[in-house]
Design a protein around this ligand. Structure first.
Ligand code: 3HC
Length: 336
């Protein structure tokens, strides 16, 4: 069996054994062997163009979701009901910005620039998660987002810690730890409301009613309509299908809703002894595709705010670039 170092050499075009033009067949075989052996693909390894393109698409969409996802919750920072709640919410929204940064950095290792990715987001050529096109109408929505949206994100993202592409998998480890804190704070917030006055309980229930179905849509279309799942799973980018993860999430949420004293808004939700899972009612896929096409309740608002924030941040980017250039110039001058 080849050693890890020898395998790495075969996967790295700069070390082509024949010293000439890269032998794509040999590289493809080495890539396939690495995937089969559950090894990580690293930025300098040879990889098929389609694998690179799929990763850029998914990581970019993920990064965009993190930074657009700051908006619905930031809406409540100034109106948080206590200093403690405000501090927690501010930390959470900052974490999402950090997740965006790790993910844009992971995408950059594939040869795209952050400017290019942001440009694609701003011009509508790359997507962000459907979930962030819904409004946050009450304080309880902050709890529902933490419990359900971050809970769905964790269910989807823990398997991504084992993604075949090294930089993405490593970024996900830290992101998942922080998402767990986000999920817990949402659960704790909803529990406080659920055990509060009848009005607070009703507010928590209303938020759960509105966020439940969009949270199930976060996992993507059903498997038979998921364009990329089969190939992404063969490449071990995705480890489970959209429907598998959605089912896992439903199974986790039902007992948690009971502990919260809240009801999930689905009359068809019931335990299926034979399957060993909860059955649930039909998802409105028409709504999902409408939201993705830009016709959700907040699509226009989210994109307008994102473009405005980008334009207003131009001076910060210019100052950072000028500082970096000066730093490099001074360093070179010192070296003589
Ligand atoms: N919102 C928007 N677009 C979605 C979507 C959703 N919820 N689910 C699927 N899509 C899009 C896909 O991107 C694809 O469009 P494209 O070809 O233009 O990229 C199309 O619908 C078909 O879907 P597929 O199932 O074929 O796509 P994937 O195989 O890529 O699976 C996915 C979709 C499960 C979302 C997968 O990309 C994934 O796991 N991504 C990483 C996780 C991620 O992006 N999460 C964002 C959630 S929010 C978040 O993490 C922030 C946190 O703070 C809550």
């Amino acid at each position: 069996m080849a050693t890890a170092a020898a395998q790495h050499t075969a996967r790295t075009p700069a070390h082509d054994a024949r010293g000439g033009a890269p032998d794509t067949d040999a590289h493809q075989r080495a890539f396939d062997a690495a995937i089969a052996a559950d090894e990580r693909i690293e930025p300098r390894d040879w990889m098929p163009d389609a694998y690179r393109a799929t990763l850029i698409r998914q990581i970019a969409q993920h990064a965009h979701s993190e930074i657009i996802g700051m908006q619905p919750e930031a809406n409540w920072i100034t109106r948080a009901p206590s200093l403690r709640r405000k501090a927690i919410l501010m930390a959470k929204v900052q974490d999402e910005a950090g997740h965006g940064l790790y993910l844009y950095s992971a995408a950059e290792t594939l040869g795209v620039s952050r400017d290019e990715l942001l440009d694609k987001l701003h011009s509508g050529r790359q997507k962000y998660s459907s979930i962030f096109n819904y409004p946050t109408l009450t304080w309880a929505d902050v709890g529902a987002i933490g419990w359900l949206v971050d809970g769905a994100a964790i269910t989807n993202q823990v398997p991504l810690c084992r993604c075949s592409y090294g930089p993405y998998a490593r970024a996900m480890v830290r992101i998942c730890k922080e998402e767990s804190f986000h999920q817990r704070q949402g659960y704790e917030l909803l529990l406080a409301l659920s055990r509060g006055t009848p009005e607070q309980h009703a507010m928590a229930q209303d938020a759960v009613n509105r966020w439940w179905w969009p949270s199930l849509m976060m996992f993507g279309p059903p498997d038979d309509e998921s364009e990329h799942s089969a190939q992404s799973m063969a490449w071990k980018i995705k480890r489970h299908s959209n429907d598998e993860l959605r089912q896992r999430f439903v199974d986790i949420c039902v007992p948690q809703a009971e502990s919260l004293g809240l009801t999930l808004p689905d009359p068809d939700l019931k335990w299926n002894e034979e399957r060993g899972h909860y059955d649930f009612g039909p998802i409105d896929w028409d709504e999902f595709w409408q939201v993705i096409k830009g016709n959700g309740p907040c699509n226009e608002q989210r994109m307008a705010q994102r473009r405005r924030a980008h334009d207003e941040g131009a001076w910060v980017r210019e100052a950072a670039a000028a500082y970096a250039a000066k730093h490099t110039h001074d360093k070179e001058a010192r070296r003589g």
